[in-house]
Design a protein around this ligand. Structure first.
Ligand code: 13P
Length: 252
């Protein structure tokens, strides 16, 4: 059976001290709790190794938010998948709309990043989602399908087992405008069918599909109640320990 996951994406927030305090707070809040989902903290690169040392690894996994599309070498400023793995992180978020839009990450670049991440033993949280114009034009299924196909569908079924998908409608990210539970379920079911058509029903059934975009303690329960919504990728609310905990508690 597929896992439920609540993953925080801190984006470019928190100094090292602040990030460590946040991670310790989340760790403290989860002590003694019987978790009904996996919990992941997606921190900036500089926090990874330190955060890994202060959280209970049986409860909290660590994720980077990006990795390089090259193995190693003269790529000033880049961080490789092997380096991410060496910090104690077990996941990397790839294909976030902010990276696609602001850092011009193409499907081809993302395909390379995914392959390098998997090769280095990382699991991938791969983000897809349409912009508002695409939703209004009614092409959102085509857009999401193309994003999945172009970066992931050269993987073998065994490799695909290490992929978590995150549906993040761009119009819902940081806007306070969440997709309705029905909109989320409709897209998640479509994504699962897209995976099933390529890899078969069993692989699709085992694939965790997260929702992201203004998810918070007020709407998480309703979103996660849908059969194809297996948790959330949480931005703003993951920066506040009590809010993040409340989103995790939506599974209880
Ligand atoms: P918000 O939860 O702040 O809308 O961000 C969602 C997101 O982009 C997570 O990756």
């Amino acid at each position: 059976m597929r896992k439920n996951i609540v993953a925080g994406n801190w984006k470019m927030n928190k100094t090292l001290d602040e990030g460590l305090a946040l991670a310790k707070d989340v760790n403290e809040l989860l002590k003694g709790t019987d978790l009904k989902c996996d919990v992941i903290l997606g921190t900036p690169f500089i926090h990874l190794a330190s955060v890994a040392k202060v959280v209970d690894p049986s409860k909290i996994a660590i994720s980077a938010q990006n990795c390089a599309d090259k193995e190693a070498g003269a790529y000033t400023g880049e961080v490789s998948a092997a380096m991410v793995k060496s910090t104690g992180a077990s996941y990397v978020i790839l294909g976030h709309s902010e990276r696609r839009a602001y850092y011009h990450e193409t499907p081809e670049i993302l395909k390379t990043k995914v392959q390098l991440a998997l090769k280095n033993g990382l699991k991938v949280i791969f983000c897809v989602g349409e912009v508002l114009e695409e939703r209004e034009q009614g092409v959102y299924f085509d857009v999401v399908k193309a994003q999945i196909e172009s970066s992931l569908f050269e993987l073998t079924a065994d490799e695909f087992a290490h992929i978590v998908l995150a549906y993040e409608p761009v119009w819902a990210i940081g806007t306070g405008k969440t997709a309705t539970p029905a909109q989320a379920q409709e897209m998640h079911a479509f994504i699962r069918k897209t995976v099933a058509d390529k890899y078969g029903a069993e692989v699709a059934d085992n694939t965790t599909i997260l929702y992201g975009g203004s998810a918070n303690p007020g709407n998480a329960k309703e979103l996660f109640a849908n059969p194809d919504v297996d948790g959330g990728l949480i931005g703003g609310a993951s920066l506040k320990p009590n809010d993040f905990k409340a989103v995790i508690d939506a599974f209880n």
